[in-house]
Design a protein around this ligand. Structure first.
Ligand code: DPP
Ligand code: ZN
Length: 849
């Protein structure tokens, strides 16, 4: 079997001292010569090199001499040179292979996108370029020579030689193969410079296709802010003379942190007011920062093996979240992150794909670039910081960089640094890394009447695949108390729960306070408490903690929506309270927008199923529409004036303040759209000068069944802009009435411009349908069938993308028997397909198990 286990780790038996690569680029016959300076770590063993089946071995030399052919064999995806053929000291292994980048539709290794050569090597793409110990704990300096007639030739590190048809790059920092990159194409740069705090002058370039230069400026600004922030906040300085970013249209991931040469999906680089939304701008800023921050957390300190992926990803997400909080509004960022965590990670934890932040086995590592590894990995670091305090965190991070610079490290190393820096025992805390599942935290209150309040907590984590028993974890619970008049009577206190059941006492209270619990979402748990709607409304009005305040409104909405979806009454308190909040001009418009947006249908389904109730997608859809309409009717005047007042004068700017006003305006529009037949949306679509408002208007129009003209207009204006057309493909199935969603997607999939081999375009259409909860889960199974058909087609071309999108099915076990039967049939059809990839096989078998 292909299963790999954390417990099987052993160091590579050779030390790699230097990697030399020489490329002769040609679209269908590229030659790659590799010179590896190796020496045995101990006694000489067989030398095993990873290498895809797509490598054609042309020659192999050991210290310049061809080995006896009997000593060389291919074994599956490996090339093995027998120990008998190797010297017992240092030697140079030289191989030459031929590869065909033009046939590489999986976009792993070296491939061609729009005529440009580029690479993606994380996690195991390098083995499709040459034979190599393709594992993160084998690190070496790289020297790269590129021969090609493409005008711009880039690789990692510093340029050594640039002339017509030839470039040489040297990267002095030892790195694993997954951080290798090469780009060759017809590109133009927008350029700037950055001087580091110790005076290193760094040349910065954002490389794009000719014609896209005017959309690359924001990415450059974001890069400069990121470099400055990492110096100011973490003391981390850049370490090469150049930093290059390249935008590529065909890219499986969002972006990649290759040393000195980040490669980005073009949607995370290119932005103009006419083509990108506020959310796009914020995401670009955040991802540019994320990849830049990897230079220290990922590159200078990398992972020992892929089980440790969260070591670099959890930490780097945590750092990019801090960055965005500092650049924009911290409370708004926190609320957005919690929403995303619940939508993706809680969902994952609840179903058959649940796995620990640090998994202990996998078949295909690409299937573990998940919300659990990334977002929960970041939450775990947030908890660690809450537990050791800001100073403890800063000390631990300094020690981490000092102790592990140049290492391929583990989660044990990471936790040890915190233990050594703070003196704290983290044995129990480590369960956050090893145990899957979202803890349920129950809270009850006892009020003695004599100024004493006791909070009783109990924790329980439901079983997840392969893990039935879950011992109690350390849970930091931030609690504040609010007096009956709305004043805070006890500032935030961090309760540290370590047992299955535990009580905490608050004394000397005058009157019975209202408890504001899990402030700032201090731990990624599901809080269950007895609380009535009046108390929720009180917290929504008075809580001083912005997250807890928002959460109170969210709870009010969810309790109404879950009741309505089950045919019960509800929503009155929500409608009243939300009106008061929306009218509160002292509250940040972005915060008001977040409160006005009702929870999505998926979130309602997740809430229902977490409490053991089978969600009915159609009932949820109806309930949500009904409540939104009631809000609109009850507050039509207020919403209408917000819509008018929240226009942003002057030219478009993507800054947080302007974006906040637009967000509130759009939230009001979305509600008013339910009662104005779409008239406002139509006017806005025709007049808005920015994509944020135009997309919002377009979505409203589609929801009112009058989107055709606007869709046509957008296509006419931007038909040759891939990124806008991706939005165009996504919004139609997403906003379609559920019973039509699969059909809308099917019709779009037949279009000539449904360039399905492009990952962004494929994701737009299939992701758009999956985002239509009641549409994807249509009772006739049309959503499942359409999705399965396309995943099967994609699997033969790009398994990574197919497997990633198969997560659309991960919630299937929670629905009714009819839907379950149809979803299972679709999954079984996929499982049975001929030539199924390892990626897809692992995903469907975990989902069916
Ligand atoms: N490119 C992905 C990321 O930055 C994988 N490293 O998260
Ligand atoms: Zn990352």
């Amino acid at each position: 079997t292909d299963r790999r286990f954390l417990a099987d780790y052993r160091p590579y038996p050779f030390i790699l001292e230097q990697t030399g690569l020489s490329f002769d680029l040609a679209p269908d016959a590229t030659r790659v010569k590799a010179d590896l300076a190796l020496k045995p770590r101990g006694t000489v063993e067989d030398l095993e090199l990873d290498g895809g089946k797509d490598l054609r071995l042309m020659s192999i030399l050991i210290d310049g001499t061809a080995p006896d052919p009997d000593h060389v064999r291919r074994d599956g995806e490996c090339l093995i040179i027998a120990a008998a053929a190797l010297p017992d000291g240092p030697f140079t292994l030289t191989t030459e292979v031929e590869i065909d980048p033009s046939a590489n539709t999986a976009f792993e290794g070296l491939y061609i996108s729009g005529g440009m050569f580029c690479t993606q090597c994380e996690a195991e793409g390098f083995r499709h370029i040459t034979f190599y110990p393709d594992r993160p704990d084998v690190m070496a300096p790289f020297h790269v020579t590129i021969r090609s007639d493409q005008p711009v030739l880039l690789s990692n590190g510093n340029p050594v030689r640039q002339e017509e048809g030839l470039a040489e790059w040297h990267d002095p920092w030892p790195k694993p193969a997954y951080l290798f990159a090469l780009v060759a194409g017809d590109l133009v740069a927008i350029s700037d410079r950055f001087t580091t705090k110790s005076g290193r002058d760094v040349a910065l370039n954002v490389w794009v296709r000719p014609g896209d230069e005017d959309r690359a400026g924001f990415a450059m600004e974001s890069l400069i802010k990121s470099m400055k922030w990492d110096e100011d906040v973490y003391g981390r300085e850049y370490d090469l003379d150049v930093f290059n970013i390249v935008a590529v249209d065909d890219f499986n991931m969002g972006a990649m942190e290759n040393k000195g040469l980040n490669i980005f999906n073009s949607k995370l680089v290119l932005a103009s007011p006419e083509t990108a939304t506020d959310a796009d701008y914020e995401r670009i800023e955040g991802v540019i920062a994320h990849e830049y921050f990897h230079n220290w957390t990922g590159n200078r300190i990398t992972c020992r093996d892929w089980f440790q992926l969260c070591l670099k990803e959890g930490l780097t997400v945590f750092r990019d979240q801090q960055f965005t909080s500092d650049m924009r509004s911290a409370p708004v960022k926190r609320i957005g992150d919690v929403q995303a965590l619940r939508a993706r990670q809680f969902r994952e934890d609840q179903g058959p794909l649940a796995h620990p932040v640090r998994p202990e086995e996998y078949e295909e590592i690409n299937n573990f670039y998940t919300a659990t590894v990334y977002e929960k990995g970041a939450e775990v670091i947030g908890m660690l910081r809450r537990l050791v305090g800001d100073d403890g965190y800063a000390k631990a991070l300094d020690l981490y960089f000092e102790r592990h610079d140049g290492d391929a490290a583990t989660i044990e190393d990471w936790l040890k640094v915190f233990e050594d820096a703070t003196g704290r025992d983290l044995t129990q805390f480590k369960r956050w890394y090893t145990d899957a599942g979202t803890p349920h935290l129950k809270m009850t209150e006892e009020w003695s009447g004599e100024g004493r309040l006791v909070l009783n907590f109990s924790q329980h984590t439901p079983p997840t695949p392969g893990q039935d028993e879950k011992p109690p974890r350390v849970i930091p619970i931030a609690v504040g108390l609010i007096g009956p008049n709305g004043d805070e009577v006890a500032a935030t206190r961090m309760l540290e729960m370590t047992k299955a059941e535990q009580s905490f006492t608050f004394d000397d209270l005058g009157a019975r306070p209202v408890v504001s619990a899990l402030r700032g979402f201090s731990a990624p748990v599901i809080l269950e408490r007895q609380i009535d709607n009046a108390t929720r409304a009180f917290l929504l009005a008075h809580d001083t903690d912005p997250f807890a305040r928002w959460e109170a409104g969210r709870d009010l909405a969810l309790s109404a929506l879950t009741a309505l979806a089950q045919g019960q009454e509800g929503g009155g308190e929500y409608v009243d309270a939300i009106g008061q909040l929306a009218a509160d001009a002292s509250a940040d418009p972005a915060f008001r927008a977040l409160c006005l947006n009702l929870p999505g249908e998926e979130e309602i389904a997740t809430r229902l199923s977490a409490s053991g109730i089978t969600p009915d997608p159609d009932a949820i859809h109806t309930a949500r529409n009904g409540l939104a309409r009631r809000v609109a009717e009850a507050h039509a005047d207020l919403l209408s004036s917000l819509y008018d007042e929240m226009t942003v004068p002057g030219p478009y700017s993507p800054d947080a303040e302007a974006a906040a006003r637009r967000a509130l305006r759009i939230a009001a529009l979305g509600l008013l759209n339910r009662i104005d037949r779409g008239d406002r949306a139509e006017v806005l679509f025709g007049t808005a000068g920015n994509m944020t408002e135009r997309m919002a208007a377009l979505t409203c129009l589609i929801r009112r069944g009058r989107g055709q003209a606007a869709l046509q207009a957008l296509h006419q204006q931007f038909g040759d802009n891939r990124l806008v057309m991706d939005k165009w493909f996504a919004v139609q199935p997403m906003a379609a009435p559920p019973e039509q969603a699969a059909e809308v997607a099917r019709r779009l999939s037949g279009r000539k411009d449904f360039d399905w081999k492009n990952p962004n375009r494929f994701r737009s259409l299939l992701g758009g349908l999956a985002a239509n909860h009641a549409g994807f889960h249509a009772p006739d199974g049309a959503g499942y069938d359409f999705t399965a058909d396309w995943l099967m087609k994609m699997d033969a071309v790009n398994p990574q993308i197919a497997a990633r999108l198969s997560t659309a099915f991960e919630t299937w076990p929670r629905y009714d028997a009819g839907r379950r039967a149809k979803a299972r049939a679709a999954l079984e059809r996929m499982a049975a397909m001929e030539g199924i990839s390892r990626n897809m096989r692992e995903m469907v078998s975990r989902m069916i198990a």
